[in-house]
Design a protein around this ligand. Structure first.
Ligand code: DOR
Ligand code: ZN
Ligand code: ZN
Length: 444
């Protein structure tokens, strides 16, 4: 048997230890993992130069934009950023323009993505108004539904408990995951009125608009309502330890609930907002050093299921708007997340095994991504080779994302993704895209 590709001279995690060997990939799948002498013959051979091979990273929270929002990001630039950041699969949020809220719009999005993506892409949908369309979407190739409680993307009124309850029930009936941005919309509107009335307009006022309790109360509300139908519930970008504790408590009661945290909520604090203004504004916003520290302990303690980027690119002018009320919340994350976490591995704060769990194996499990999340035989040939020793400085001007800014700009880190393979095709090598668009697949 002659396979398509052997990646040789890599180190791989086995029982918590790094062992030397290679990976054989045929027809997009891993067919053999082991010592080089035991690998089958191959038509192509790539030297891993002693780098560490990990399963391709999976980002469960990415806004790829495109279509009418292509000025912020498009499928090609977003998936280029993903490949450069070591991600081989990303899940796209539905607040595009048009929104992914019908079969027609989902198909429009898939059509725009086809042939233009470098990594695998799965799509979320948001809830349409009509029940029949929701039923159709629930049976379509989506990874789940997304509800943003803070900024309604759907015409349904999720401030109403009965409406939210029906949505959760429908998702449960179809065994569809529901991802929630949990911030209390009514409280936010009330605060916005007050802040505007007092003339608040500094970047720091965004923190007063979105205090921790706005998130905590929304998480409690969703958990209470979910008791009735017990859907697969996933909380996006949780930014307070209190919310994580409430979620952990609900898990103990038997609810099928999980959560994610972003690198910015772990490694940055509200101080960055005064320092960087709009570049450090996202919702939910950055928190106190105490909260960020507690969240990091919860990541290491296993209370947080996955790390996700919330890669939310905007044009620079939208980040640097004169008035706070015109600043668009959100920052790019695809090209900084893995380096920031590899750096923590180097500092001895996180094991490589935990990194892989948080960014690959657990997301694959939560989103039912078959063939993903492991370098095992039979899994997809999605692989990232990382250099654990490279010391470098994050430079957002070099991003493949259209959003060439980052609150992490100028941060020195040790550890970098060097080669990314998608279904056995080398897509990124040393920061450059070396494959033609179209090697990523659309998940179905
Ligand atoms: O900061 C954010 N940006 N939070 C969201 O919930 C939406 C996102 C975006 O789409 O820009
Ligand atoms: Zn969100
Ligand atoms: Zn988001």
């Amino acid at each position: 048997m002659v396979v398509d590709l052997n990646i040789v001279d890599v180190k791989m995690l086995q029982g918590g230890l790094l062992v030397e060997g290679g990976i054989s990939i045929d027809d997009g799948r891993i067919v053999k993992v082991g010592k080089e002498v035991n690998l089958p013959a191959s038509s192509e051979r790539i030297d891993g130069e002693g780098l560490v091979a990990l399963p391709g990273m999976i980002d469960a929270h990415v806004h790829l934009r495109d279509l009418r929002l292509s000025y912020k990001e498009d499928f090609l630039t977003g998936t280029s950023a993903a490949a450069c950041g070591g991600f081989t699969t990303v899940l796209d949020m539905p607040n595009s323009d048009p929104k992914t809220d019908s079969l027609k719009h989902l198909e429009m999005r898939r059509r725009a993505a086809r042939g233009r993506v470098l990594v695998n892409v799965g799509f979320y949908a948001c809830f349409p108004e009509e029940q029949e369309e929701t039923e159709r979407l629930a049976e379509s190739p989506i990874v789940g539904f997304k509800i943003n409680l803070s900024d309604p993307w759907s015409r349904l009124n999720f401030d109403d408990d009965d409406v939210l309850s029906s949505a959760l029930r429908l998702a449960a009936t179809h065994d569809r995951l529901i991802a929630v941005h949990a911030e209390d919309h009514l409280a936010l509107m009330e605060r916005e009125r007050e802040l505007r009335a007092e003339g608040a307009d500094r970047p720091e006022d965004f923190l007063r608009l979105h205090p921790p309790e706005v998130e905590v109360s929304a998480v409690h509300r969703v958990l209470r309502i979910a008791e009735g139908s017990r859907p697969r519930l996933h909380f996006c970008h949780v930014s307070t330890a209190e919310a994580v504790r409430a979620i952990a408590e609900a898990k103990r009661r038997g609810l099928r609930v999980t959560c994610e945290v972003t690198p910015h909520h772990l490694f940055l604090t509200e101080e960055a907002v005064s320092r960087l203004g709009g570049i450090a504004i996202m919702s939910p916003p950055l928190r106190s050093p105490k909260i960020a520290g507690d969240l990091w302990k919860m990541v290491k303690g296993g209370l947080i299921d996955i790390i996700a980027d919330d890669h939310a690119p905007h044009a620079l002018e939208e980040k640097e708007a004169e008035s706070l009320w015109d600043v668009r919340p959100g920052i790019p994350g695809l090209e900084t997340t893995l380096p920031l976490l590899l750096d923590r591995v180097n500092r001895g704060e996180l094991s490589l095994w935990d990194l892989t769990r948080l960014l690959s194996s657990r997301p694959a499990e939560l989103f039912h991504l078959r063939g993903k999340g492991s370098l095992g035989e039979g899994f997809d040939g999605d692989v990232v080779l990382v250099d654990l020793r490279e010391r470098w400085v994050i430079d957002s001007s070099k991003f493949k994302s259209k959003a060439k800014y980052s609150p992490f700009d100028g941060t020195e880190v040790v550890g970098r993704p060097v080669k990314t393979f998608v279904a056995g095709a080398l897509v990124m090598e040393r920061g450059e895209i070396v494959a033609e668009p179209g090697c990523g697949r659309l998940l179905s």
